[in-house]
Design a protein around this ligand. Structure first.
Ligand SMILES: NC(=O)c1ccc[n+]([C@@H]2O[C@H](COP(=O)([O-])OP(=O)(O)OC[C@H]3O[C@@H](n4cnc5c(N)ncnc54)[C@H](O)[C@@H]3O)[C@@H](O)[C@H]2O)c1
Length: 283
């Protein structure tokens, strides 16, 4: 299939790596024009060269209001408007524990996870209204959805806030035909697992290319590793008119991970306990 986004203009944040990159390639293949908003300039420029006129790279730190505003303006000026805001960029932030967290670490992380979402929604809305509607796609995580929460503390709490923001915005913006849906990725082998935590994207890339894929294949009920294309295909659906009556949804793309945290270990543990009690009942 092609042309599912023909005539549409999207801003994708964090689009030079991982899920954002996969979405950018897919959106362009489906006819969209894409503003790539990311802090990694070298990769952004290379991507612009590779994908040609359908892509415009802008250096954008999503924590900065001026940068986010400029990314939306780029879409309007270069491509004539905005139909889709896919705010995907994030890093893990400060991974300190409950007791070790500093105010600075907390605030920095929430600037990335909450302020950035607020800014992307805020600046997209006027442009989307101009078009008579559109689609906003936010990205949470399995971390706050899985039972009891998992993953780093500040990240988990911030990503929980993204879900609340998606639902709030969907309610407010529905009357303007602006849909807001939130993706909940499970575990995917991308750079976020390593380098960005320490501000070293290159190291992150190297580590993500050498990750234990067996781990990623075993963490959820569906026994294969998630692919960034799994998320990109879902984002494409939410960006396209095929989902024009869908808003306020929190949508896991996780092979079933959020059905139960540590599904495999728990299920195996439960089964083992049942096996033992049945064996002892039999004598
Ligand atoms: N990989 C996973 O297992 C996983 C799981 C759940 C949720 N997520 C979420 O998916 C989204 C995409 O992550 P990914 O796994 O593709 O990681 P990734 O590290 O491959 O991509 C993240 C992108 O965001 C960009 N970025 C980081 N800080 C930025 C900033 N301040 N301003 C603009 N751009 C910035 C990076 O340069 C990079 O291109 C994130 O929101 C992440 O929290 C990932």
């Amino acid at each position: 299939m092609a042309n599912r986004l023909q005539g549409k203009v999207a801003v994708i944040t964090g689009a030079v790596s991982g899920m954002g990159l996969a979405a950018c390639e897919l959106f362009v293949a489906e006819g969209a024009k894409v503003v790539v908003a990311d802090v990694q300039e070298d990769k952004g420029i290379a991507l612009e060269r590779r994908l040609g006129d359908s892509v415009s790279f802008i250096r954008c730190d999503v924590r900065s209001e001026a940068d986010v505003r400029a990314a939306v303006e780029r879409a309007v000026k270069k491509f004539g408007g905005l139909d889709v805001m896919y705010h995907n960029a994030a890093s893990t932030g400060d991974v300190a524990t409950l007791e070790d967290m500093t105010v600075e670490g907390w605030d920095d992380t929430q600037a990335m996870l909450l302020r950035a979402n607020m800014l992307c929604v805020k600046h997209a809305v006027p442009a989307l209204k101009q078009r008579g509607g559109g689609s906003i796609i936010l990205v949470s995580s399995a971390a706050p959805v899985a039972l009891g929460g998992s993953g780093p503390y500040a990240y988990t709490v911030g990503k929980a806030g993204v879900i609340a923001m998606g639902r709030f915005a969907a309610l407010q913006l529905g009357p303007h035909f602006i849909r807001v849906n939130t993706l909940v990725p499970g575990g995917f082998a991308t750079s976020i697992w390593s380098g960005h935590v320490h501000g070293d994207a290159k190291l992150g890339d190297e580590i993500s290319q050498n990750m234990n894929m067996d781990y990623f294949a075993r963490m959820q009920p569906i026994p294969r590793a998630g692919k960034v294309s799994d998320v990109a295909e879902t984002a494409l659906f939410l960006a396209s008119d095929a989902s024009s009556f869908i808003t306020g949804v929190t949508l896991p793309v996780d092979g079933g991970l959020t059905l139960h945290r540590k599904w495999e270990a728990t299920a195996e543990g439960q089964l083992e306990a049942v096996r033992k009690s049945q064996a002892s009942a039999r004598g």
